[in-house]
Design a protein around this ligand. Structure first.
Ligand SMILES: [Zn+2]
Ligand SMILES: [Zn+2]
Length: 255
């Protein structure tokens, strides 16, 4: 299995998943069609599937343009039947998706939107706008409790899992992470690396789940430093994970 990252729009990433045995490919979250078509042509692939993590236009905007050129199956959560252009294969938790001989699993992870899913191919996780490198998506349609339970689910995946998220937000996310956990050395170290990569215009994605557990403030509700910092500023804050997560999310919204 080969993964080709395609920068789209301003800071989105689409991912071509290639079955090297059959040259069949699937595209995760085509924000726009043209750059995907160019890559498919360059690699001489047969585009067989469009896999949308959620309905937002910056993840589905290329669906119809691709369908004009390829007869691809279009996957997305069944709740988004009316919202994902060209959807042919409505999915739910645990459903299998296939690209050539590759098999992926659907994880239902609502919170950013009601119908958000991730696709897991072996140890490669395509998680859209739920989990970012050092961040998480905004709560547009879900509650903090829903998002937290989705993030818990992702956090429980093996530490070697490669995290292919939907946007290049890593630098800003790490800058925020330092404001809630200033003594986390892993965050400071990663920020330095990420700044160097970004200065050269390079991608900081994928990360690993291990890195996310160490540096992502939205997976670190158990961190004593985060809890103490928040309680100092917000003495009424509860100690339960949902309250902590919700406050970190709110602070990030205004960062
Ligand atoms: Zn989104
Ligand atoms: Zn997005």
């Amino acid at each position: 299995m080969q993964v080709i990252q395609i920068p789209l729009l301003r800071d989105n990433y689409g991912y071509l998943i290639v079955c090297e045995r059959t040259d069949e490919a699937g595209i995760i979250d085509p924000s726009e069609a043209e750059p995907v078509l160019q890559q498919v042509e360059k690699e001489q692939l047969k585009l067989k599937a469009i896999l949308n993590t959620h309905h937002h236009r910056d993840h589905t905007g290329g669906n119809l343009g691709l369908l004009e050129r390829f007869r691809a199956q279009v996957y997305g959560h069944r709740i988004d039947r009316e919202r994902i252009p060209g959807l042919t294969h409505p999915l739910d938790e645990g459903d299998e998706v296939t690209i050539g001989t590759l098999k992926g699993k659907t994880l239902f992870i609502p919170g950013h939107t009601k119908g958000h899913v991730a696709y897991l191919f072996d140890n490669k996780l395509f998680c859209g706008d739920t989990l970012f490198a050092a961040g998480c998506g905004r709560l547009f349609e879900g509650t903090a409790a829903e998002m937290l339970s989705s993030l818990k689910r992702l956090r429980s995946l093996s530490p070697e899992t490669l995290v292919y998220c939907g946007h290049e937000y890593t630098q800003k996310n790490l800058e925020f992470a330092l404001t809630v956990e200033p003594h986390n050395k892993k965050v400071a170290e990663k920020l330095e690396k990420v700044r160097a990569l970004r200065a050269k215009g390079l991608s900081t994605v994928p990360s690993t789940m291990e890195e996310e557990r160490e540096t992502n403030p939205f997976l670190r509700w158990e961190s004593a430093e985060i809890q103490e910092n928040l309680k100092r500023k917000f003495p009424d804050l509860g100690s339960d994970p949902v309250s902590i997560f919700a406050l970190v999310r709110e602070l990030k919204d205004h960062f």
